[in-house]
Every structure is written in C-alpha cells, then in structure tokens.
Design a protein around this ligand. Structure first.
Ligand SMILES: Nc1ncnc2c1ncn2[C@@H]1O[C@H](COP(=O)(O)OP(=O)(O)OP(=O)(O)O)[C@@H](O)[C@H]1O
Ligand SMILES: [Mg+2]
Length: 402
C-alpha cells in the first residue's frame, strides 16, 4: 500500500502561501511604492542615492516591497551604461551591534576563505576594511539592512556608512543605505545624528485593513487551491481576523494555509469558516508553546513551579503559595532564587504571554487586593515543554507525569 499520494483536493500549489513566495505584482501598496520609487530615482539619474528608512509592524510588506522594487531597479538601470548599481542585502537578525553588521558586510563581499572573524578587530579597523571593499566595487552600492533594529542603540554604522563619501573614505563608490525595521522604539531611539542621515526618506507601512488583505489573498487563492476547495466567506474571514488582530498579510496568509492543512488532514474537502476559526486557535496555541520554550531560566523555573501546583489541583494560586516552591526548585537546580518581587515580574510575564491567566481578587473585609494565577493553556502542552528543559530539577510529582 502507498503511504504518500499526491494531494488532488485541497492545494494546487501550496508554495504560494509560504512566507518566501514572491508574487510578481504587489497588491494594496500603491502609495508606498510611489514614495519608495521617488526616493530611489536619484540612482537612475546617476546621482548619489538617498538613504531610506522603512518602518511598520510585522507582516505589512516591507521586505516584499523592497525586494520587488530593488529587483526592478537593478533590471531597469542595466539599460544605462553610466549607472553601475550593486544591491547588497543583509538580514541583521543575529547581529547585535554596528561592529557585527560591519563584519558581516565585509564578509558578504569576500570569498569564504578571506572571511574575517566577528571578534578581535578594533571597530575602526573593520569599518576601514568595509570601505576598502566598497571602494573596490565602484558605482552605486545600495546596502539594504533588513531587521536593523537588532543592533539596538549601537547604531554608529548607520551614521558612518551614509557619510563615508563626505568623510573622504570613498571616492569611486556612492553608498546608499536602506534600513528596514518593525520596531517603532528603535526608530524613536536612533541617535539624532543617525536620524538626520539615515532617515532622509522615511516610509511608513501602515497595517493592512480587511479589504486590502482580502485583495492580497484573492490574488493567490486560485493558483494555491483547487477549484471549489475554498468555501464562501473563507477569504473574507481570514482577512477580517488578521485585520482586527495585527493588520499583517503574513497572519492572513498563515491562517488560510493552516485552514487548508486542517482540511487536508481531516475528512472534509472544502475549507470552511469553521476551519479558519480552528486554524486561529491552533496557531495561537503554537505561538504560546513557542513562547514557553523561549522563556529565560527564571521564567522556566516559574513555569515548573506553576505546573507542580496545577498537577496537584492547587491552581488558581497566589504568589505566596507558588514562591516557596519556586525557591526550592531553583535551589535544587543550582540557581540563585530571585527575591519575591522580581519573581513576581516573571509571573506577570507568563500572564502577558497568555501562558497563565491572572485574576485580581479582593481580600474580604481587610480590603487588600491580590492576584491569582492558573494555566490558560492545556497542561499537556506545558508538560511537553517542561520535559524538554535542561538543567532544571523538577519536583517529584511533576517528574512522574512527564
Ligand atoms: N502587498 C502585498 N501583496 C502581496 N503579498 C504581500 C503583501 N504584503 C505582504 N505580503 C506577504 O506577506 C508576507 C509578509 O510580508 P513581508 O515579509 O514583506 O513583511 P515585513 O513587513 O517585512 O514583516 P517583518 O517586519 O516581520 O519582516 C510575505 O509572505 C509577503 O509575500
Ligand atoms: Mg521583513
């Protein structure tokens, strides 16, 4: 008997619903495209590029629109002999400083054998190496720094690069920087001199509204799904849910994809509104589980303590009940316990992440108030996460149930 057979009922081409799929046209971003295009126009004219800063929440098309427009810019400037454009992309997700960004840039220009290491050079030396590489390329070099907020307040490079020519470091090369960020705090905290240079052109990508998300999904649905595989109202519902929650096209696409997957694994052949609601729940649960895994050590210790009490049916609990257990688990796990107030911050975090539910209670006639906590997620999921934790000595009653 065959184990795998090809889908013939739901997805015609599910790749269209994936994060990395590049649609060949952009829906619902006319204004931003127009502003962006104007900001890039000097390059086409052979002039010095302007620096551009793109910001907006996650999933609103910043990366997609940049890729789309810069591809076209490269294609269309190829027609002009006096424009020699190179576009360099760098995703800064794992780069925590200007220094690390500079090292990564140097390495993108070099053969692997000539890569420099991420430690050991003075910062100015790395900048000099970067200027050497840039100068060797010549023409216009656009440096696209996506997720640039990961460098935090160490933003020197965002000042240095755009000014490299003015400061005499570059002659042959005209550098331009495009910074992209979904962290509004980062933009506000840029040092004033960086703001002046980098944010020459600022383009804000607002969250999508429901009709825009619907248009984005509509474009893909016919090729992604077989005819009649998507029921009435499904696209509108995905769009409405995502618009109300985040305004993210990524969320809308993920919902539709997940709803399709639920159909594929179940008995139905058509995606219905029910599937969309179910998909929403599944995705949320997965995110909470991911959040649990990513907690800090004290967050994990708090989680284990709460699980210990929940398995004894003692939840909802107050901090004075959970704190002693946390202290014991911490000590047995060779970690210095936090003082109660700091521990409380971790409980509050668990509540904020949707792992615990926190309720305010009144202390009867005495008039004081206190919080009560209990799990907001299925204990099985918590157990799975706790079972994978390393270096934490869990209480016996918990260990027995893992
Ligand atoms: N206007 C649009 N038309 C078609 N697809 C879109 C549009 N905007 C976003 N998408 C799709 O939504 C997903 C998220 O978009 P993108 O990666 O550009 O978001 P982003 O703003 O860069 O988010 P982040 O800040 O998380 O990096 C991608 O799969 C992209 O193809
Ligand atoms: Mg992006």
């Amino acid at each position: 008997m065959t184990t795998f057979t090809r889908d013939t009922e739901v997805f015609r081409d599910e790749d269209l619903l994936r994060e990395d799929y590049q649609p060949d046209s952009i829906t619902a971003r006319e204004e931003e495209l127009e502003t962006y295009k104007t900001a890039l126009q000097p390059i086409v004219n052979g002039a010095q590029p302007r620096n551009v800063f793109l910001y907006g929440k996650t999933g609103v098309g910043k990366t997609l629109v940049s890729q789309y427009l810069l591809d076209r810019l490269e294609r269309d400037t190829a027609a002009y002999d006096d424009v020699d454009l190179s576009v360099v992309w760098l995703n800064c997700t794992n780069l925590a400083s200007s220094y690390q960004v500079a090292v990564s840039l140097v390495n993108t220009f070099r053969e692997p054998a000539a890569h420099i290491s991420t430690t050991g050079y003075p910062q100015q030396r790395v900048f000099d190496l970067l200027y050497e590489e840039l100068e060797a390329i010549g023409g216009t070099v656009l440096l696209v720094l996506d997720e640039i907020d990961h460098i935090g307040t160490d933003d020197e490079i965002l000042y240095e690069l755009p000014r490299a020519r003015a400061n005499g470091y570059l002659e042959e090369t005209k550098p331009g920087v495009i910074g992209i960020s979904n962290d509004f705090g980062f933009r506000d905290e840029l040092s004033p001199k960086v703001k002046d240079t980098l944010c020459e052109e600022e383009i804000h990508f607002p969250p999508y509204e429901a009709p825009e998300l619907e248009a984005i999904l509509d474009r893909r649905v016919d090729d992604a799904f077989y005819d009649d595989a998507v029921g009435d109202g499904v696209i509108a519902l995905c769009a409405a849910i995502a618009a109300q929650d985040t305004g993210s096209a990524r969320q809308a696409l993920t919902l539709l994809y997940k709803a399709g997957e639920l159909v594929r694994t179940g008995d139905a052949t058509t995606v219905t509104e029910e599937h969309v609601h179910e998909a929403f729940t599944v995705i949320e649960r997965d995110q909470i589980e991911h959040g649990m895994r990513e907690l800090t050590r004290h967050g994990h210790l708090a989680l284990v303590a709460a699980l210990g009490l929940a398995l004894q049916d003692e939840t909802p609990v107050r901090i004075r009940e959970i704190y002693p257990l946390y202290r014991t688990i911490a000590s047995e796990s060779k970690t210095d316990p936090l003082v109660r107030r700091r521990f409380h911050d971790h409980l509050a975090d668990l509540a904020m992440l949707g792992i615990l539910d926190r309720r305010t209670r009144n202390e009867g006639r005495a008039g004081g108030q206190y919080y009560e906590y209990e799990f907001n997620v299925d204990l099985g999921t918590v157990r799975d996460v706790v079972a994978d934790l390393e270096g934490i000595t869990v209480p016996r009653n918990v260990a027995r149930q893992l």
